[in-house]
Design a protein around this ligand. Structure first.
Ligand code: 5GP
Length: 194
């Protein structure tokens, strides 16, 4: 059944650090080409294998300032007290006017800003099966320093408490299953296109 929420076409996926938001959205990019994923701008440096314009638009702090000052950011935030990340307003407006279902995978501060401007969007919280599993994922990833891991865990504790602000919760117990549930919450048929 179509609801006011899924007619809008914009779904925001947020959740605690290291819950696997990036893995679920990568799975969706690879298996559900009918879902349009918003590409964020960030001041963070690319990790090995990340491409400009595919994973993020990697920009300088000066360019990020310009995007904010000229009102081109729908939302933006400093994530983990370090780098800036933001959603370009044009990406969302274009997808919504094309009638496409668009997914924003952003942090909690960003999700709150989108809710202020677009309360009719669909807000989905991705939750870990357990706290222990989430810590294991963060430490196991091995891409951040110990200090950075500690910073991310502090952020994650605060973020877990935000679940009640969301319309739906999806538990990331299994990536393909969680991705299928998310796609169906977007009002799309969760049929994969390998
Ligand atoms: P990473 O550096 O691991 O790619 O991403 C770190 C965090 O930044 C993730 O929690 C991700 O959800 C968040 N993030 C990515 N893009 C955006 C964005 O456009 N806006 C906001 N607010 N957060 C973002």
């Amino acid at each position: 059944m179509e609801t006011a929420k899924n007619r809008h076409g914009l779904t925001v996926l947020a959740g605690p650090t290291a819950v696997g938001k990036g893995t679920v959205s990568t799975y969706i990019r690879d298996h559900y080409p009918h879902v349009r994923l918003s590409i964020s701008a960030t001041t963070r440096a690319p990790r090995p294998g990340e491409e400009d314009g595919v994973h993020y638009f990697f920009v300088t702090p000066g360019r990020f300032d310009e995007l904010v000052a000229s009102g081109q950011m729908l939302e933006w935030a400093v994530v983990h007290g370090k780098n800036r990340y933001g959603t370009l307003r044009s990406t969302v407006e274009q997808a919504v006017s094309d009638g496409k279902a668009v997914l924003l995978e952003i942090d909690l501060q960003g999700a709150r800003q989108v809710r202020e401007q677009m309360p009719e969007a669909n807000f989905v919280f991705l939750a870990p099966p357990s706290w222990e599993e989430m810590v294991g994922r963060l430490v196991g990833r091995g891409t951040e320093t110990t200090d950075e891991q500690q910073r991310r865990l502090e952020t994650a504790k605060l973020e877990l408490a935000a679940e009640s602000e969301f319309d739906h919760t999806v538990i990331n117990d299994n990536v393909p299953r969680a991705a299928a549930e998310l796609v169906s919450l977007m009002g799309l048929t969760p049929t994969t296109h390998p």
